[in-house]
Design a protein around this ligand. Structure first.
Ligand code: FMN
Length: 237
């Protein structure tokens, strides 16, 4: 906290004229993609905001029923969906972010989503698509292990794993970025909780995970990009 006080900050790269980093991680040209239902086509049960807020609880036990691809697309849209692009400086999304910098990438452990093979995927917010990262049933055990053995990870229909590409925020805010990304993460997960409530699912935030194992699992170096927060989702029993 001391080193991220305004008195102790270095001059940010943006104000030294350095170019802005990409607002989404690059994707291999030969990657395969999974199109997601467009937000406008997704119908959701009506539920008042007040009910969603008051009914929300952290839920760790789920029914075995899968989520539909529409429901997953809705959760992705609510947590990271892009509403306006102001490249290269900012995007406006369904969640707020300091300076509109949105330093996160969303990885998913898919256990039970209709039409998707179990495995790890990444959400591409700019094109509202997903791409496979590692497909195979072994992924659930690995992610559960990295979440210190929390069974809800394997029992969930899907687990969200948010990573942070810190330079995206630090380019504008230097060391203060380390505070800001943790504040941003809270907004993302709260939207997940509320959107899950709307589609009769439960969610549970996860802050207890092994940073190094998580990074290794996702193939990231854990420094320039690190896992910041996770959450499980599944249909209520
Ligand atoms: C930052 C954060 C980290 C959390 N990490 C975990 C976790 O690793 N495992 C877990 O079972 N619950 C976790 N939770 C859920 C809390 O235990 C839960 O929010 C708390 O018990 C209050 O219950 P409620 O969410 O139903 O109001 C976390 C919640 C937050 C906000």
């Amino acid at each position: 906290m001391e080193m991220t006080r305004y008195d102790n900050l270095s001059r940010a790269d943006q104000f030294q004229g350095l170019p802005a980093p990409a607002l989404e991680k690059a994707v291999a040209e030969d990657a395969s993609f999974i199109s997601l239902p467009q937000p406008a086509e997704i119908s959701t049960p009506p539920i008042g905001l007040r009910s969603a807020i008051e009914l929300r609880r952290s839920i760790r036990k789920y029914s075995v029923d899968p989520l539909t691809l529409q429901e997953l697309a809705y959760l992705l849209w609510c947590t990271q969906g892009i509403v306006q692009q102001h490249e290269p400086y900012a995007t406006f999304r369904n969640v707020p972010s300091a300076g509109g910098r949105h330093a996160f990438e969303t990885y998913l452990l898919v256990n039970r989503v209709s039409g998707l093979d179990p495995g790890i995927y990444r959400y591409l917010a700019f094109s509202h698509r997903m791409m496979p990262v590692e497909i195979g049933p072994g992924a659930a055990d690995k992610v559960m292990g990295a979440c210190l053995g929390q069974a809800m990870v394997k029992d969930s229909a899907v687990a969200f794993i948010w990573s942070c590409v810190i330079y995206r925020m630090a380019w504008r805010y230097s060391e203060r970025a380390y505070r800001l990304v943790h504040l941003d993460a809270g907004h993302v997960c709260q939207n997940l909780y509320l959107a899950a409530e709307q589609i009769n699912c439960g969610a549970c935030a996860i802050g207890a995970f092994d940073d190094e194992l998580m990074a290794r699992l996702l193939g990231i170096n854990g420094v320039d990009e690190f896992v910041i927060y996770c959450a499980t989702v599944g249909r209520k029993m």
